[in-house]
Design a protein around this ligand. Structure first.
Ligand code: IMO
Ligand code: MG
Length: 418
């Protein structure tokens, strides 16, 4: 299954595509599995042997004994969350610390980042991003502003203590400005330093480890979190996360060059979901949208929030294929659509005057646009047991009159839109 030596798995919609499951399948053949961006905002649910595991900070690959799991420099590290996950996995019989490495170049995500996240969302009011509240934006802000605390700083306790105290004092100014409760800098620093002894032994250089593994003909799996449309550059800004979720971020996020990557698999759901605010062109109104949410169990693994649900958006996935350089696609949750009489696929967007077959950078266009759908007949059969393409039922031809209409309308409007 894993032909590539260095393979990236990326979300190719708005997150929650089922990356954890695909990584779990591929990890069986991998030597190293590394996260390269994001933090505990990710919620990767994996079912193994009738048991459910939800991982936020640790790579899903940890469930495979014998694999080496890494958190790259591009990750923001919530130390308390990490230790909690390690302990929970250990309690369920997994050896973790022996197999886990943390980039010394990764940045620490501290208590004040979460508080700033909440304060910033409160300030935005109705225009809030709908973050996971895990402090992701503020942690990356500190990193880019060059005032962050790196995991390697923990090597020197006094220095780490001073850096954290300083960072909390600075954050307190912002918290007071936002009428939020400030934190005690000494207490925060003390608490982080108490966890130091468990973190320092895990520190490593992820780029060196991965390069060495590839040289020895090892297999490396780079596990993306979130999705292309949540990428800070390529997503629906500002309703995005604060990291490079796309495949190029995998290289900088662990410390290898882009030429080391052999293949990129995009994971997509057979429909579309989004949790949080921002454009979702194919969103389905209730009651059908609610029905799809129930059928797919679409509630956030990190926050429990109901996910917004919509039809499959081929424009989005084509765009994700471009920005990620996808070499393969993994489609999940097709069986959730088993009972539908009709299944729609969005092939473009239109207003009364114009149409697009690509994802626009001008999101105001999306506000007034309607999706152009091709409507496919439902297969109305239980395909949950299908294990190969041949096991799937063959649907009737979809090249019916209605779809020809949709395509012709799209083409005519595109000519006018030029
Ligand atoms: P996985 O890895 C789905 C969304 C949040 C919000 C936006 C910014 O499970 O696919 P953040 O807390 O990152 O600052 O929030 O991004 N978001 C996700 N949505 N799956 C995720 O991760 C997400 N991580 C963040 O809902 O809209
Ligand atoms: Mg998730």
């Amino acid at each position: 299954m894993m032909d590539a030596r260095c393979l990236v798995v990326v979300g190719s919609q708005w997150g929650d595509e089922g990356k954890g499951k695909i990584v779990d399948v591929l990890a069986a053949e991998a030597n190293i599995i590394a996260r390269y961006q994001g933090g505990a905002n990710a919620g990767h649910t994996v079912h193994v042997g009738g048991e459910e595991f939800i991982l936020h900070q640790i790579p899903s690959g940890i469930l495979h004994p014998g694999t080496r799991c890494l958190l790259g420099n591009g990750v923001v590290l919530d130390v308390e969350q990490l230790l909690g996950e390690i302990d929970a996995l250990r309690a369920r019989g997994f050896d973790v610390e022996e197999r886990l490495g943390i980039s010394g170049r990764s940045h620490l995500l501290l208590e004040y980042h979460k508080r700033l996240d909440a304060a910033s969302e409160a300030k935005r009011g109705a225009d809030r991003i709908g973050t996971t509240g895990k402090g992701i934006g503020p942690a990356y802000e500190d990193k880019i502003a060059r005032v962050g605390v790196r995991a390697a700083d923990l090597l020197y306790p006094n220095r780490a203590h001073a850096l954290i105290e300083h960072a909390v004092t600075r954050a307190n100014e912002r918290l007071r400005g936002a009428s939020a409760e400030p934190l005690d800098p000494v207490r925060v620093a003390d608490e982080v330093l108490r966890m130091r002894d468990r973190i320092v032994p895990l520190l490593t250089d992820t780029g060196r480890e991965i390069t060495a593994a590839l040289r020895d003909d090892g297999r490396v799996l780079l596990e993306g979190a979130q999705g292309a449309l949540l990428d800070v550059d390529h997503g629906t800004y500002p309703y995005v996360t604060s990291s490079t979720t796309t495949a190029a971020g995998a290289a900088t996020g662990v410390g290898i060059g882009p030429t080391a990557i052999d293949a990129v698999i995009g994971v997509v759901k057979a429909y579309t979901t989004r949790v949080g605010s921002g454009p979702l062109p194919t969103e389905i109104e209730p009651p059908l949208g609610d029905h799809l949410r129930e059928l797919g169990g679409e509630y956030g693994a990190t926050t429990g929030r109901p996910r917004r649900c919509g039809w499959f958006d081929a424009v989005v996935v084509r765009y994700a294929a471009q920005v990620n350089g996808l070499t393969g696609l993994a489609i999940t949750k097709l069986d959730v659509l088993d009972s539908f009489d009709e299944v729609k696929v969005c092939v473009g967007y239109e207003t009364d005057h114009a149409a697009w077959d690509h994802f626009p950078y001008d999101f105001t266009l999306l506000e007034n646009a309607r999706p152009v759908y091709e409507t496919l007949p439902g297969w109305k059969a239980d395909i949950s047991g299908a294990r190969s393409i041949r096991d799937l039922v063959s649907a009737r031809s979809h090249r019916n009159e209605r779809n020809r209409d949709a395509r012709e309308r799209l083409e005519a409007l595109q000519v006018r839109a030029r």
